[in-house]
Design a protein around this ligand. Structure first.
Ligand code: ADP
Ligand code: MG
Length: 628
């Protein structure tokens, strides 16, 4: 006997304990779902075995007839769900059952409110799978043996769900996993075969593996298959109920909540395949955790091939869940072959189109749902502008932004909305980028636009800078940053405006030159602006330079490329600027010029080279005012 054989008692991770407790209370009204979760896991275990067996047939150990069995024992008061799937090693049991490996667990627990309904939704979103057994059981015993390991490598795991579990290495001839639920007092309903069958029908009919139960009334007679055990997606759409679509989603996506929408299509022609793709309602906690992803499953002629086949959808659609089933690919396809398969490329292009069609449809016909989608996944979809050149225009139509039209941080304005509201004579789509909604909304660059009633898109997601470097126009209208280049409002300005601007520019030329000589290397130029109505100054970058915001993002990412020298624009109508014109004291002139520059930089969200100097100069200015 090795030391591994010994029985040990381990504590759950603190998070698991907290979660268990919470779940038992909040999911109680929906307790029957434990069976769905166990069957779903058994089905996943069968899929995993099939996938591993692609490269090692021996793992089947001569038994490739994969199935799930549901049993009950009224005397012992137990319900047992078993499978002959991949099973688990001792270490895997500890990792998968004793730990919650999801990133964001702590954050998740912190977000719980104590409000039952709300917490229930959160738990659903987090996904609690196996632990749902403790809603109805006061003790759960799990036996398992990993495919490929000898019978002496069986594992027995047991817990009352209160904080600890025991682990033992046992003899286990049968491959796969068996979960025995010792029912709590009062949960006898789950010892009723009718009830169990009903639950299987309700939640697990779509499972492609046969689910076997003993024939009713027969103590140990033959078993029968109690689910439909056929691939849901292979059936005609008209024969599938909303409930079936929903339960299938919960299984493939490991989600407790219904999906937001789905698209189901059988494609024929050069490529024959079926795609059943879903949009979740909510971003999972691990959306940004690239390690753990339940994406799109690949099947070939209804045989499961692999999970999360990355080649099936581009990264910017990584929130999509579902299956793609090919009629053409060989059954023994590997991940390596997938990467170079033209068939896969065609299915991928087709699937992308389906998802974009679905999004279009939602955006047009169900704006409420689209709003939900956008809030959860908008930032991911934006990556498509950078990543998917071929679909750029389609994706652009799906984007939503905050804007000065609504002045709220809700991203609700499409380019289409914007264009429809453009002023007479306006030929560009104006936008500002910043690192927060507040900074975008408060940007001094917006002053002239607000005055003229011209809408500006307020882009405040980190990725927006990249979006606008890749998307330069929308339906023939150029995208124009309000912080870049000369402000050319085109026909939005009349001749008088222009004449007046030229006049002041000449008048203030001397002042601009003096400020420039003070600021030296900090600026490329100083000039008079007509962008501002209330602020004294702002910074502008050249038409082809990166923006101040982008520069900051790059610096934060550790890329400190050549920094861009901005142009300082001064507002000739501002008292401070007017006052500066008549300032003869060279020291004071220099201080105030620096102040103008620094505060313009600050209002862009920029960082000062010399914050202490700024404060000092500001205080000196305030003192001067105080004296007056
Ligand atoms: P999820 O299914 O979303 O991963 P669960 O809590 O349902 O979460 O299951 C946790 C993990 O335990 C699974 O990911 C799997 O690795 C393992 N597991 C659970 N049930 C089985 C089983 N019947 N066979 C093999 N592994 C299993
Ligand atoms: Mg599960």
């Amino acid at each position: 006997m090795t030391t591994e054989m010994h029985k040990e008692t381990l504590g759950f991770q603190a998070e698991v304990r907290q979660l268990l407790d919470l779940m038992i209370h909040s999911l109680y009204s929906n307790k029957e779902i434990f069976l769905r979760e166990l069957i779903s896991n058994a089905s996943d275990a069968a899929d995993k075995l099939r996938f591993e067996a692609l490269t090692d047939d021996g793992l089947f150990e001569g038994d490739s007839d994969l199935a799930i069995r549901v049993q009950f024992d009224p005397q012992a008061r137990t319900v047992t769900v078993s499978d002959n799937g991949v099973g688990m090693s001792r270490a895997e049991v500890v990792d998968n059952i004793g730990t919650i490996a999801k990133s964001g667990t702590r954050q998740f627990l912190a977000s719980l409110t104590g409000d039952r309904a709300k917490d229930l939704r959160l738990i659903g979103q987090f996904g609690v799978g196996f632990y749902s057994t403790f809603i109805v059981a006061d003790k759960v015993t799990l036996y398992t043996r990993r495919a490929g390991l000898g019978p002496e490598h069986g594992v027995r795991w047991e817990s009352d769900g209160k904080g600890e579990y025991t682990l033992e290495t046992v003899e286990r001839p049968a491959r796969g996993t068996e979960v025995v639920l010792h029912l709590r007092e009062g949960e006898e309903e789950f010892l009723d075969p009718h009830r169990l069958r009903d639950i299987v029908h309700k939640y697990s009919d779509h499972i492609t593996l046969p689910i076997r139960m003993r024939k009713e009334g027969e103590a140990d007679g033959p078993e029968e298959v109690v689910n439909r055990a056929s691939a849901l997606w292979a059936r005609p759409r008209s024969e599938i109920t909303a409930q079936e679509y929903e339960e299938f989603y919960k299984h493939v996506a490991h989600d407790f909540e219904p999906p937001l929408a789905h698209v189901h299509s059988h494609v024929e022609g050069k490529q024959e395949y079926t795609a059943l793709l879903y949009l979740p309602q909510r971003a999972p906690f691990d959306l940004w955790d690239r390690e753990k992803r339940h994406g799109v499953k690949l099947y070939v002629r209804r045989v499961f091939i692999m999970d999360d086949a990355e080649q099936l959808l581009p990264a910017y659609l990584r929130f999509v869940r579902g299956v793609v089933d090919s009629n053409d690919l060989p059954l023994n396809i590997s991940r390596e072959i997938l990467q170079h398969s033209k068939d896969i490329d065609a299915m991928r292009a087709g699937s992308v189109k389906k998802v974009l069609d679905l999004l279009d449809d939602l955006a047009q016909k169900d704006s409420e749902k689209y709003t939900v989608f956008w809030k959860e996944f908008g930032r991911v979809l934006k990556e498509g502008i950078v990543e998917d050149y071929g679909n750029r225009d389609r994706i652009a139509r799906l984007l939503r932004f905050a804007s000065t039209h609504t002045d709220t941080d809700a991203q609700a304005v499409s380019f289409g909305d914007y264009v429809a509201r453009m002023k007479e004579g306006q030929d560009k789509i104006y936008y500002v980028t910043a690192d927060s909604f507040g900074a975008a909304k408060g940007s001094p660059h917006l002053e002239i636009f607000r005055k003229k009633g011209v809408e500006v898109l307020l882009m405040h997601d980190r990725i927006d800078e990249w979006v606008v470097t890749h998307l330069t126009e929308f339906e023939g209208k150029r995208l124009q940053s309000v912080t870049k280049g000369d402000l050319d409002l085109g026909k939005l300005e009349d001749k008088e405006d222009k004449a007046q601007q030229e006049k002041t520019a000449t008048e203030f030329k001397d002042l601009a030159d003096r400020i420039k000589s003070v600021l030296g290397e900090r600026v490329r130029d100083v000039r008079v602006t007509h962008r501002l109505t209330t602020s004294p100054a702002c910074l502008v970058t050249g038409e082809n330079d990166i923006s101040v915001n982008m520069e900051r993002l790059l610096r934060a990412a550790g890329q400190s490329g050549a920094s861009v020298r901005p142009i300082l624009e001064i507002n000739p109508a501002h008292p401070l600027v007017v006052r500066l014109r008549s300032e003869d004291d060279a020291g004071r002139f220099s201080d105030w010029s620096r102040l103008l520059f620094d505060q313009a930089l600050l209002s862009e969200g920029g960082q000062l080279d010399d914050p202490a100097g700024f404060v000092q100069r500001l205080n000196q200015l305030l003192e001067v005012l105080a004296v007056v």
